[in-house]
Ligand binder design. Sequence first.
Ligand SMILES: [Zn+2]
Length: 114
Amino acid sequence: MRLSPARGLVLVKPVETQETFEGSSIVLLPETRNRLTLGQFEVVAVGKGAVCKDYFDCPRSDHTTDRSDVIHLPPVVAGEWVLMHFRDVMPAALDEERTYLARQEHISAVVESS
Ligand SMILES: [Zn+2]
Protein backbone atom coordinates (compact mmCIF):
# COMPACT_ATOMS: atom_id res chain seq x y z
CA MET A 1 0.00 0.00 0.00
CA ARG A 2 1.29 3.44 -0.86
CA LEU A 3 0.06 6.51 1.02
CA SER A 4 -0.41 9.76 -0.84
CA PRO A 5 0.09 12.72 1.54
CA ALA A 6 -2.74 15.24 1.82
CA ARG A 7 -2.25 18.92 0.98
CA GLY A 8 0.52 20.49 3.08
CA LEU A 9 1.97 17.14 4.25
CA VAL A 10 5.00 15.01 3.39
CA LEU A 11 5.54 11.26 3.82
CA VAL A 12 9.02 10.52 5.16
CA LYS A 13 11.06 7.59 6.43
CA PRO A 14 14.03 7.68 8.81
CA VAL A 15 17.43 7.61 7.17
CA GLU A 16 19.26 4.38 8.01
CA THR A 17 23.01 4.05 7.90
CA GLN A 18 24.95 0.99 6.87
CA GLU A 19 26.32 -1.32 9.52
CA THR A 20 29.90 -0.25 8.84
CA PHE A 21 31.62 2.89 7.62
CA GLU A 22 32.93 2.60 4.08
CA GLY A 23 36.28 0.80 4.11
CA SER A 24 35.95 -0.17 7.78
CA SER A 25 35.32 -3.59 9.26
CA ILE A 26 33.97 -2.20 12.55
CA VAL A 27 30.29 -3.05 12.89
CA LEU A 28 28.19 -0.26 14.40
CA LEU A 29 25.59 -1.07 17.05
CA PRO A 30 21.96 -0.32 16.10
CA GLU A 31 21.82 2.39 18.83
CA THR A 32 24.92 4.04 17.40
CA ARG A 33 23.48 3.95 13.89
CA ASN A 34 20.24 5.51 15.17
CA ARG A 35 22.14 8.30 16.95
CA LEU A 36 24.11 9.11 13.79
CA THR A 37 20.94 9.74 11.81
CA LEU A 38 18.61 11.12 14.50
CA GLY A 39 16.17 13.59 12.97
CA GLN A 40 17.20 12.77 9.39
CA PHE A 41 14.45 11.60 7.06
CA GLU A 42 14.17 10.72 3.40
CA VAL A 43 11.16 12.22 1.64
CA VAL A 44 9.02 9.41 0.19
CA ALA A 45 6.13 11.46 -1.23
CA VAL A 46 4.99 15.09 -1.18
CA GLY A 47 1.43 16.41 -0.98
CA LYS A 48 0.30 19.56 -2.79
CA GLY A 49 1.39 22.82 -1.19
CA ALA A 50 -0.47 24.07 1.89
CA VAL A 51 -3.08 26.78 1.39
CA CYS A 52 -1.86 30.20 2.57
CA LYS A 53 -4.32 31.31 5.23
CA ASP A 54 -3.54 35.04 5.12
CA TYR A 55 -1.73 36.00 1.93
CA PHE A 56 -1.58 39.76 2.66
CA ASP A 57 0.08 39.30 6.08
CA CYS A 58 2.09 36.19 5.19
CA PRO A 59 5.88 36.61 5.62
CA ARG A 60 6.67 33.83 3.15
CA SER A 61 7.59 34.49 -0.46
CA ASP A 62 6.95 31.06 -1.96
CA HIS A 63 3.37 31.61 -3.12
CA THR A 64 1.70 30.28 -6.22
CA THR A 65 -1.88 29.54 -7.15
CA ASP A 66 -3.78 26.26 -7.46
CA ARG A 67 -7.17 26.91 -9.04
CA SER A 68 -8.63 29.67 -6.83
CA ASP A 69 -6.33 29.03 -3.82
CA VAL A 70 -3.08 30.80 -3.00
CA ILE A 71 -0.68 28.08 -1.83
CA HIS A 72 2.89 27.68 -0.60
CA LEU A 73 5.15 25.74 -2.95
CA PRO A 74 6.12 22.33 -1.48
CA PRO A 75 9.67 22.83 -0.15
CA VAL A 76 10.99 19.41 -1.20
CA VAL A 77 10.64 16.63 -3.75
CA ALA A 78 10.66 12.87 -3.19
CA GLY A 79 14.14 11.48 -2.59
CA GLU A 80 15.54 14.53 -0.80
CA TRP A 81 16.80 14.24 2.79
CA VAL A 82 15.45 16.60 5.41
CA LEU A 83 15.97 17.40 9.08
CA MET A 84 12.91 17.37 11.34
CA HIS A 85 12.23 16.99 15.02
CA PHE A 86 10.62 13.69 16.01
CA ARG A 87 7.85 15.56 17.88
CA ASP A 88 6.69 16.93 14.50
CA VAL A 89 6.13 13.57 12.78
CA MET A 90 3.27 11.11 13.21
CA PRO A 91 3.47 7.41 12.32
CA ALA A 92 1.78 6.51 9.05
CA ALA A 93 0.35 3.34 10.56
CA LEU A 94 -1.26 1.98 7.37
CA ASP A 95 2.13 1.61 5.77
CA GLU A 96 4.17 -1.56 6.30
CA GLU A 97 7.34 0.55 6.02
CA ARG A 98 8.44 2.70 8.97
CA THR A 99 7.07 5.91 7.47
CA TYR A 100 5.75 9.11 9.04
CA LEU A 101 3.58 12.03 7.98
CA ALA A 102 4.64 15.57 8.77
CA ARG A 103 3.62 19.11 7.88
CA GLN A 104 5.75 20.64 5.14
CA GLU A 105 6.25 23.74 7.33
CA HIS A 106 7.92 21.57 10.02
CA ILE A 107 10.87 20.70 7.78
CA SER A 108 13.83 22.37 9.51
CA ALA A 109 16.35 21.94 6.71
CA VAL A 110 16.95 20.16 3.42
CA VAL A 111 20.22 18.20 3.26
CA GLU A 112 22.14 19.22 0.15
CA SER A 113 24.90 17.06 -1.28
CA SER A 114 28.09 19.03 -1.80
ZN1 LIG B 1 1.60 32.52 2.58
